[in-house]
Ligand binder design. Structure first.
Ligand code: ADP
Ligand code: MG
Length: 358
């Protein structure tokens, strides 16, 4: 059974950055406005995340790392995320099978914080590894999650991740993307023992400011902001920013899934070496090689050979139209009308770039 759990865990937690992605989403789900990450050896030795979110109730702690149970916790309210990605409640459980996991958490109504450590889904004493209870301790409002010795019990997996600086780069990349998508949240990330963080963002900045801060000043003047949606009526009264594509009548009749897209992309003056493509679907960071390719081809006759753009797309679609057969933690998602939506957005990029060029 332990072996099966370890294998299942490996499907979800591939590397430190995938563990961190789950933790970031949990903190954001908990309404955190400040998220501090500390890393040792690319996250393999230590991955720690402190948030100022809702905290976890003491009574929920014993089942926190049990598989599939946690989406039913009393504090869990965001049902749309469940329907979006099928079954959930696996991240902390998985981590507890392949690392030493501990949680210090305090809700606003608690008078002290509570600490819990987990192994293979159950509460244990961090020192002895024996079954244990939740203990009171000092701590701030919010949640501190500590993951130590990731993959200590799966040597093959560990051996495949032998470059801590590459793992750290991936961690920084994930945080950077979430920071762009959540400009009202302040993020930081540093190596343990280091005085200065490698990423810091201030809350209350807007998306463009966050992009400039994280991707460099050169991008600022070259950013185009654009909104699109499948349903003309939704945005009728909004500003000219909103642009529609396709035949009006057909659109209103043939739109089984409604969607909205917010896009930030660079013009021809911005030329990076590598495409930065940030895709969030219903606020979850995902990958879509298909979309990436389509957007890159929008730049084909605009950018010189070898030059790459920056594209950030936040897509909101009906949660029911996401393919739930795809495992929720697979980064690559598929959804209803994927091709049509991709084409509409790629065309919008192309049209805007053409306008800029004249
Ligand atoms: P899921 O997010 O799919 O429910 P996880 O294993 O990622 O599963 O998390 C389990 C549960 O633990 C969450 O549903 C949430 O209730 C609680 N939780 C985890 N991290 C935090 C956090 N940082 N702040 C508040 N609650 C949290
Ligand atoms: Mg989660």
């Amino acid at each position: 059974e332990t072996l099966i759990n370890k294998i299942a865990a490996g499907e979800i937690i591939h590397r430190p950055a995938s563990a961190l992605k789950e933790l970031l989403e949990n903190s954001l789900d908990a309404g955190a406005t400040s998220i501090r990450v500390t890393v040792k050896e690319g996250g393999l030795k230590l991955l720690q995340i402190q948030d100022n979110g809702s905290g976890i109730r003491k009574s929920d702690l014993p089942i926190l790392a049990e598989r599939f149970t946690t989406s039913k916790l009393s504090t869990f309210s965001d049902l749309s995320r469940i329907t979006t990605y099928g079954f959930r409640g696996e991240a902390l459980a998985s981590i507890s099978h392949v690392a030493h996991l501990s949680v210090v958490t305090k809700t606003k109504v608690d008078s002290c914080a509570w600490k819990a450590s987990y192994s293979d889904g159950v509460l244990v004493d961090a020192k002895t590894g024996q079954k244990a209870e939740v203990r009171p301790c000092a701590g701030n409002d919010g949640t501190l999650i500590t993951i130590e010795d990731l993959f200590y019990n799966t040597p093959t997996r560990l051996a495949a991740l032998r470059n801590p600086s590459e793992e750290y780069a991936r961690i920084l990349d994930v945080i950077t993307k979430y920071a762009v998508h959540n400009p009202s949240v302040s993020f930081s990330c540093k190596k343990a023992g280091s005085a200065s963080p490698d990423i810091t963002t201030a809350s209350s900045s807007d998306t463009s400011t966050a992009i400039r801060h994280l991707y460099g000043a050169a991008i600022a003047k070259e950013l185009i902001h654009h909104k699109l949606s499948s349903n003309r009526r939704v945005h009728k009264s909004e500003d000219e920013d909103v642009d529609m594509d396709g035949d009006e009548d057909e659109e209103e009749l043939d739109t089984p899934a409604t969607w909205t897209a917010e896009l930030y992309f660079t013009n021809a003056n911005y030329q990076a070496k590598k495409t930065a493509f940030l895709l969030f679907i219903n606020h979850r960071l995902v990958e879509s090689p298909r979309m990436k390719k389509a957007f890159e081809s929008s730049y084909q006759n605009i950018l010189p050979k070898g030059a790459s753009p920056f594209v950030y797309l936040s897509l909101q679609i009906d949660p029911r139209s996401v393919d739930v057969n795809v495992h929720p933690t697979k980064k690559e998602v598929h959804f209803l009308n994927e091709d049509a939506i991709t084409e509409t957005i790629a065309n919008a990029i192309q049209e805007n770039l053409a306008k800029q060029n004249h």
